[in-house]
Write a protein that binds this ligand. Structure first.
Ligand code: BG6
Length: 474
């Protein structure tokens, strides 16, 4: 659809950016914090561990001031479960509560809305030892953790996100360092989808609890959503695309919004003798959790083709490269899309496609909780980072977002990944995403000083003009 006139971004549009606790905070065992699964995992060879990260724990005032300088209306960050409840259940750590109180107050000082992700890939290690999400008690653990957050921060935090990228925990958990498969598991698919079921019930209960405890607060999910394209107009390829759309995307949003399993996913699970066991009250809990908005992370689309039962099983990919499931779909490299230095496809029009599809399926306002470019950045001798490539990437996505708004999609906000450089899920510190450069290397910590990248000044201009001025800086 070609629009003669573009609709503007809404007046109260939430421009900002995102981070997550385990990737940005550091101080991983300081002031009473318990270890999380990220602190005890073996990091991929050649990449930094997660002990210091960007050291935001000790630099939060400076970081929030820089975000305020860019004009952020919102800052999306996550709360580390094991910082506020070191063993995952039981005693609460006052120092952890104090840290997040300070961070929230610092945001509010600048009229910046704190958008809190309740869980971003960092299960307390103590709960990992008790079976993590495979333990049916995990639902209660999460609800208790939610209650502690609502009690302590709910007077000031009005926007909550439940579980970051639950679909990636399910599809590529080992890569992210989060999946525990109990020894001796025979049916791995069943085990994974049972864990997924516990997360879905936990999420639904947390949404209901939020509405009960914090009238006026808003809560939503935060999966990683990318529309799946068919490799061709062959009907078989379209079926494959429907299959992967269901498995990758709609399972999570259908559940969050309608409280029901997607029928194609259910059929796939039945085929694999892998349907999850419902505990008493689960169906009711799922039906009772309602999001107020949809948050999702978008990096690029996926493309798949038909797969016959005789095809080989795929090698596990990462969040964006997918895998193959024989008889269901297999990935196809889209020849129409360029790629980043880290081999992720770049598809801004796919962003518009995805926004249109999500909105027409669920009719809830949307906030983008991640989108961005991982790249090698260089700090020049005079303290600059010329990341024109990041500006180009963000510009073409913001343009497409405006077209989606003109298509009638109700958008609440945009939080690219990431506010500041941090450690990637599996590709270390060298894969940088931030508007703010942190002076450290993969292994050498250097000064940890913060520098404004070119994209910092550009994004400031975008926010100041409420998305009207996407021009290069003069
Ligand atoms: C998302 C995650 O998958 O993508 C973030 O929510 C992550 O935690 C981001 O950092 C970028 O991925 P990566 O693998 O480049 O760090």
């Amino acid at each position: 659809m070609i629009h003669k006139t573009l609709k503007p971004f809404p007046k109260d549009f939430l421009w900002g950016a995102s981070t997550s606790a385990y990737q940005v905070e550091g101080a991983n065992l300081e002031d009473g914090k318990g270890p999380s699964c990220q602190d005890v995992k073996t990091v991929p060879e050649g990449t930094s561990d997660l002990t210091v990260c960007a050291d935001q724990y000790h630099h939060y005032k400076e970081d929030v001031a820089l975000m305020a300088e860019m004009g952020f209306k919102v800052y999306r960050f996550s709360i580390s479960w094991s910082r506020i409840i070191p063993q995952g259940t039981g005693a609460v750590n006052p120092k952890g509560i104090e840290y997040y109180n300070n961070l929230i107050d610092e945001c509010l000082k600048y009229d910046m809305v704190p958008l809190v992700t309740m869980f971003h890939f960092d299960m307390p290690a103590a709960l990992d030892e008790r079976g993590s999400w495979s333990n049916p008690e995990s639902v209660d653990w999460f609800v208790n953790f939610s209650r502690v957050m609502f009690e302590n921060f709910g007077d000031r935090v009005k926007y909550w996100l439940t579980i970051n990228e639950q679909n990636m925990l399910t599809l590529v958990g080992p890569l992210i360092g989060t999946l525990t498969i109990p020894e001796g598991t025979e049916n791995v698919i069943k085990e994974i989808y049972q864990q997924n079921h516990h997360m879905l019930v936990a999420q639904a209960k947390a949404m209901a609890l939020c509405h009960e405890m914090l009238p006026g607060a808003k809560i939503g999910p935060a999966p990683n959503i990318s529309l799946v394209y068919a490799a061709s107009c062959k009907p078989e390829d379209v079926l494959a695309a429907q299959n992967f759309n269901a498995i990758r995307n709609w399972l999570y949003l259908d559940m969050a919004v309608y409280g029901k399993y997607n029928n194609l996913v259910w059929a796939y699970l039945e085929e694999n003798d892998a349907t999850p066991v419902f505990a008493e009250g689960d169906a009711e809990a799922l039906a009772n959790g309602h999001p107020d908005f949809i948050g999702f992370n978008y990096y690029n689309t996926s493309t798949v083709e038909y797969s016959g039962a005789e095809d080989a099983a795929g090698k596990a990919g990462d969040q964006q490269s997918g895998t193959a499931i024989p008889g269901v779909f297999k990935p196809f490299a889209n020849p129409n899309l360029p790629r980043t230095e880290f081999n992720w496809e770049i598809d801004p029009i796919g962003y518009r496609n995805t926004l249109r599809e999500v909105y027409s399926r669920y009719r809830l306002p949307i906030i983008i909780t991640e989108n961005g470019l991982g790249a090698y950045d260089t700090l020049t001798e005079d303290g600059k980072v010329h990341d024109q490539y990041r500006i180009n990437y963000l510009r073409i996505h913001i343009e497409q977002m405006r077209l989606a708004i003109s298509d009638g999609v109700e958008m609440m906000g945009y939080c690219p990944w990431s506010a500041i450089d941090l450690i990637s899920t599996h590709e270390g510190m060298r894969k940088r995403y931030g508007f703010i450069y942190v002076d450290r290397d993969e292994f050498e910590l250097r000064t940890m000083k913060r520098y404004r990248k070119d994209s910092f000044y550009w994004y400031k201009q975008v926010i100041e003009s409420n998305g009207e001025n996407l021009e290069d800086l003069k």
